[in-house]
Design a protein around this ligand. Sequence first.
Ligand code: COA
Length: 146
Amino acid sequence: MEDGNSLVIREFGTDDIDQLVEIENQAFPKTPYTRESLLGYARAVGEGFVVLEKGKDILGYIIFDAEGHVYSTAVKEKHRRKGLGALLFTYASKHSRGKLWLEVRSKNSTAISFYKSMGMKTVGRIGNYYGTDDALIMALKNSAPR
Ligand SMILES: CC(C)(COP(=O)(O)OP(=O)(O)OC[C@H]1O[C@@H](n2cnc3c(N)ncnc32)[C@H](O)[C@@H]1OP(=O)(O)O)[C@@H](O)C(=O)NCCC(=O)NCCS
């Protein structure tokens, strides 16, 4: 029986937006997605925007499309290194049949270590994609960017 304390992964709903904005601002203080862009992603990817919830608290999210392009993922700071990012990533991987790829800032060593631990490899690099920072393109085996 659901006791309100188990972890649930479910599709994002518009009522979640305030918690999502909070997680986003904490995870990406210099370049957070705005409320409007998060809602735009929800319209664009539908069931590819999922949240990880415990009781009424959203602890993290991942956004990916039907072709396996991951747009963003984050876990609340105080809940990191507990395997929650891996749960979200594994969910996305299953739903895209093992095909996932993404761009990540070359200076985001935490995210790069995380993605490597998920089995991703660096398959490309785009100079100054983020202004003064390059993007690494990382992909799961057999995944290819469009
Ligand atoms: C990247 C992020 C989502 C990972 O979430 P998480 O819940 O902490 O990740 P997990 O606990 O599932 O970690 C799985 C593995 O990833 C690696 N990893 C995760 N965080 C790491 C860190 N800070 N340093 C080195 N390796 C790390 C480890 O191998 C870890 O396994 P371990 O804890 O058994 O050693 C989280 O750090 C985050 O929200 N960062 C800010 C937002 C961000 O940069 N998102 C990615 C943008 S592209």
